[in-house]
Design a protein around this ligand. Sequence first.
Ligand code: SF4
Length: 247
Amino acid sequence: MFPSGRPRGLVRPILNKGWVSEIFVSLQGEGPYTGVRQVFVRLSGCSFGCGYCDTKRARKRARTADFPGKRVLNPVLVKDVIAAVKSFGKIHSVSVTGGEPLEQPEFTSELMKGLKKAGYTNYLETNGALPGVLKKLLKYADIISADIKLSSATGRKPALKAHREFFKLSGKKTFAKIVVTGRTSGRELEAALRMLRGIVPGITACIQPDPALGINGVLRKFGTVLEKGILKDLRVTPQVHKIAGLR
Ligand code: SF4
């Protein structure tokens, strides 16, 4: 687990340039904003290494980035990313996702600042484990999707201290996403929900099953946890883009 600041040695800080994996338009497929039209700016590089990661291509810093209609060399300029976003017409918001956007703090901050200036709503998608970085760019984020990483799902030590700090800072613009698998226990899930309730009462949280477990698996395995009503707005949400065959 890395500390709450910048992960060591992963990404060189270059203010206006960053590593991008791809930029494309699609529908958001996870959580409470499912179905809204977004441009996805998928940044490249993540040192977390979750067992269930479905964006493996974006975990390593890529040599090239897939822009609309062309492939370009990394690192790319903020202004070029914003121009690519503008080419897609009207959208609900821009999903700045990864990989892990907060592992490129300067670039992500400059990008979200530029997008806001251009009139866009920023939807930041993060592993929720880098509160020290979040502080620097929180003002540019309109909606934050932050994970609670359970060790049963990631195969790593839990990052609970970092998550606690993160949710304290990010507050009400954030919803939590908790990926659960067949290995997740009711006790582990319940502890995460109670932690969230203690930090941000009223937060929206989404339990997202890995495909092997599915919604039925969640109901079967965690029915007694759901019955407790620990959070007022707790949802069980599948990855709709996968079901629909979207990107
Ligand atoms: S934090 Fe996200 S991008 Fe990084 S390994 Fe985990 S699932 Fe993949």
